[in-house]
Structures are given as structure tokens and as C-alpha cells.
Design a protein around this ligand. Structure first.
Ligand code: ARG
Length: 281
């Protein structure tokens, strides 16, 4: 009898200690709330963009949206997408205003220092090459890096592409752009001479804007930048672990190729806005 009480007491202590140790970590908080909040900037087809034939949350489509849905399902909660500009997404994670951001992030040294970054996930060829869009009429003007000396080159604020312009075209005049769609319009209207984009995104843009082409000269890309990562608040290691476990499962089940093709199909459809200006607001 005494022994039973001792065992029971020990059990009670273990359970309560466990409760203290695991209370309120970010994964529990998400499960308790029943919602996973994910920030993204839907101006980056085929990763995240807007289907104008749909409304509300359903309007957000693309590879990362599928990924976000599957992570929410893995956690057993609903998904709430919060659309905002690309730099705002990163601020939102830093301020812990959202659970995570899934927005086509490349791994970078600076991000690894300031955030928890997931293991890689693989979205087709979207970022295997980093290129410059120029007006078709100017295509022959730009064949080597020096041709951009003194030339205004746009890149999205707080992006890998901005870093590439700064480091690989140091003599160009960088124009920081909030939204990729705005950059495309600036390029078309002659306010900037080139716009740095990921190859997959660039292909989507030229498909819808025949006055633009992909420049022959392109950035040098280290392997570390070719796949994507999910961005979480620094210190959210419990969430990081769950996210990595989910990514490992998706990778093993071989679904990434399918998700990417699906995103391309939606991008080619009538209502797709590959670079949303109005809708991201
Ligand atoms: N991969 C690039 C980066 O990490 C570009 C991502 C842009 N994403 C977006 N949703 N606009 O900076």
C-alpha cells in the first residue's frame, strides 16, 4: 500500500514537473489557439500570389500556401494567412506578431543570426538562378556586370536579390522596392533600368509582360541560397523542431514536385496576379 502511494506520488510529481517544463511553449500555444498564423508577401509567383477569382483566405495561392496548409494540418490546427509586404513579414516574425513566415525565404547568414530558420524545402527551380529583368528593347545593352555601372537596378526590400545587387553589382544604383509588382511597373515606365528577381518568378513576370526579358548576365548563386527555409522567431526551438519534422515527412513523401507544378498551373490560369499590387494591401 505504502509502495503504491509512493509510486503514485512520484507519478504526480513527474506529471506536474513535466507540466511546468513544457507549459506554454510556442507549439502548445498554437495548439491551444487552434490557429497557425503565417505571414507572407503574395507578390512572388509561383511561391505566393493572388488568385483574383477567389475571395478572402482562398485568394492566397502558390507553393508556400500549400506548404503552410500542410504544416497547419500537421499541427492539427487551422491556418490564418496574414498578407503583408516582404520586409514587414520579417519584422512581424522578429516581433513575434505571427507564428512564422513562409514567403520564399532563402537561407542567408544574417537571417540565420536573427531568426530560427527551418531545414531546406525544395520548390522546383524557382531560385536556382538569380537574374535581372530588363526592357526587351534594351536587352543588348546589358551583357556583363560592368554594363550596370551607374545604372539604376531595383530589388525587393530585405531580399536575397537586394543582397546580390549590393555585393555583385556594387557600382549600380540600387533602388529598393517594397513590392515586386511595383518594381515591374517602375521598370516598364523607365524609372529603373533593371529589376533583380529569382528565375522562377522572373519567368512568370515575362510570361505576362512581353515587353520585358531576362538579361543574359546573371548573378552567381552559391548552393546555400538555392532552396528555401521557413522563418520563425528567435528562440522558438520547439516550433522549429516540429516544423523540421513536418518538412522531413513532406520531403520523404515526394510531394514537392507536385505542389510546384500545381502552383505553376494556377499561375498560368486566368485570375492569377503574379505580382499583386492592389491585393496585397
Ligand atoms: N528568396 C528571396 C529572399 O529570400 C526572395 C523571396 C521573396 N519573397 C516574396 N514573397 N516576395 O529574399
Amino acid at each position: 500500500m505504502k509502495k503504491t502511494i509512493c509510486v503514485l506520488l512520484a507519478l504526480v510529481m513527474m506529471v506536474s514537473l513535466g507540466a511546468v517544463a513544457f507549459a506554454d511553449n510556442e507549439v502548445d500555444a498554437i495548439k491551444k489557439a487552434g490557429v497557425l498564423t503565417v505571414a507572407l508577401s503574395p507578390d512572388f509567383s509561383p511561391m505566393e500570389f493572388v488568385d483574383s477569382t477567389k475571395e478572402g483566405q482562398d485568394a492566397y495561392v502558390g507553393f508556400d500556401v500549400t506548404l503552410a496548409k500542410n504544416i497547419a494540418a500537421y499541427l492539427g490546427v487551422d491556418l490564418e494567412i496574414q498578407a503583408m509586404s516582404f520586409d514587414a513579414c520579417q519584422t512581424a516574425v522578429a516581433m513575434d506578431a505571427v507564428d512564422m513566415s513562409i514567403s520564399g525565404y532563402s537561407w542567408t547568414e544574417a537571417r540565420a543570426e536573427n531568426f530560427e530558420l527551418s531545414d531546406y524545402y525544395y520548390a522546383g527551380e524557382n531560385e536556382t538562378e538569380q537574374v535581372l529583368l530588363v526592357r526587351a528593347a534594351d536587352a543588348e545593352k546589358y551583357t556583363k556586370a560592368e554594363d550596370f555601372n551607374g545604372v539604376t537596378v531595383g530589388a525587393q526590400n530585405a531580399s536575397l536579390q537586394q543582397m546580390f545587387v549590393e555585393t555583385q553589382l556594387p557600382d549600380a544604383k540600387l533602388q529598393v522596392i517594397g513590392e515586386i509588382g511595383v518594381g515591374v511597373m517602375e521598370l516598364q515606365s523607365g524609372n529603373i533600368e533593371a529589376m533583380a528577381v529569382a528565375i522562377g518568378n522572373g519567368k512568370q513576370i515575362i510570361a505576362n509582360n512581353p515587353d520585358l526579358v531576362i538579361c543574359d548576365w546573371q548573378f552567381e548563386v552559391d548552393e546555400a541560397y538555392e532552396a528555401n527555409v521557413i522563418m520563425m522567431h528567435k528562440g522558438d526551438t520547439a516550433l522549429l523542431e516540429v516544423v523540421n519534422a513536418a518538412l522531413a515527412e513532406f520531403y520523404e513523401s515526394g510531394v514537392y514536385g507536385e505542389w510546384y507544378q500545381e502552383a505553376l498551373d494556377i499561375a498560368a490560369s486566368e485570375g492569377a496576379i503574379e505580382v499583386s499590387v492592389e491585393d496585397a494591401a
